[in-house]
Design a protein around this ligand. Structure first.
Ligand SMILES: [Mn+2]
Length: 337
């Protein structure tokens, strides 16, 4: 009997496979995505959460480092997680990463929140690894990529913790003065090139700036302190938490904590040598010790996996040198823009 005929998914079975690093079959992924859309279509663009909650920044397919995060921060459902986006591209295991997060969302809907990052997009994943990984791991077929990228259209745009902490993947937008104006965006579509939805996922803070400036990334804006002060005041929130930018120390604090970056991909792309962090929010007191960046290094398994795949690729290059038939395990990761 197929998963569709049975009509029910054994989520525990899926979790067991994924925690063991195994891929799910295409029909199972299709069913999971269908169920996840049913669940996420009911969410508003802004999800309201309460502490305690742990925020996770960019993961970018570094699956073994995601497992390390659960070891350090606690496994769901014992810890509530707010993921800030950029689950796929760059690393070797985007499919394992997004599959695990979707199964956890289905199993513990109130304990896992998934915000959309700028890489959760058809256009970006076509160029930065996820498309190629899907085609390579699923027998030359792009259907799994289509299933996941259709699902990305349902991810929420932002979250607010304890009515105090505004959380988004990238940052602020000149087209988003109030949090209410996020609520009315039609989010169920590919990320546009510009406009409020694009800016929320692409923008970055810049300590040199007072106001907005067009971003050198080619989408979104860089924003300064006046913009931040106005946004916090108008919306009655205390701080902004976001991801989207590599930090050597795993996190970065701007303007005495008014804006904070959480970066959760240690040794980014298996070669940057950076630390990573998760942000643990313990309570809503607003005291300095009510939240903490929990800093960590790359998992030894991540390094092992990198060396294994690189040595396979090395064998492939040798094969090509000797004029032999091309190995099926073609390298599929492009590191930087
Ligand atoms: Mn990003």
């Amino acid at each position: 009997m197929t998963v569709w005929e049975k009509g029910v998914m054994d989520l525990d079975e899926c979790l067991e496979s994924l925690y063991a690093g195994k891929l799910l079959s295409e029909p199972v992924i299709e069913m999971l995505a269908f169920k996840a859309k049913e669940l996420m279509i009911r969410d508003g663009n802004i999800v309201h959460l309460s502490s305690p909650v742990t925020m996770v920044g960019d993961i970018h397919g570094q699956f073994y480092d995601l497992l390390e995060i659960f070891k350090i921060g606690g496994y769901p459902p014992d810890t509530n997680y707010l993921f800030l986006g950029d689950y796929v591209d760059r690393g070797y295991h985007s499919i394992e990463t997004i599959s695990l997060l979707i199964v956890l969302k289905l199993k513990y809907p109130n304990r896992i929140t998934l915000i959309r990052g700028n890489h959760e997009s058809r256009q970006i994943t076509t160029n930065y690894g996820f498309y190629t990984e899907c085609v390579t791991k699923y027998g030359g077929d792009s259907k799994v990529w289509s299933i996941f990228t259709d699902l990305f259209d349902f991810l929420v745009l932002s979250a607010i913790v304890d009515n105090q902490l505004f959380c988004v993947h990238g940052g602020l937008s000149p087209n988003v003065q109030t949090i209410d104006s996020i609520q009315v965006i039609d989010r169920f579509k590919e990320i546009p090139h510009d406009g409020p939805m694009a800016d929320l996922m692409w923008s970055d803070p810049d300590i040199e700036l007072l106001n907005f400036r067009i971003s050198s990334r080619g989408a979104g804006y860089q924003f300064g302190i006046n913009v931040v002060n106005k946004f916090l005041k108008v919306n009655g929130v205390e701080k902004i938490f976001r991801a989207h930018q590599l930090c050597n120390d795993g996190f970065q604090v701007f303007w005495k904590g008014k804006v904070n970056t959480v970066w959760s991909a240690p040794n980014y792309c298996y070669r940057c040598g950076n630390k990573a962090s998760i942000l643990e929010v313990y309570d809503d007191s607003g005291d300095p010790d009510s939240l903490r960046f929990n800093v960590f290094d790359a998992s030894p398994d991540s390094e092992k996996e990198f060396l294994r795949i690189e040595s396979d690729n090395m064998d492939l290059e040798l094969d090509i040198d000797e004029g032999r038939q091309m190995n099926k395990k073609a390298p599929y990761v492009e590191y930087f823009m």
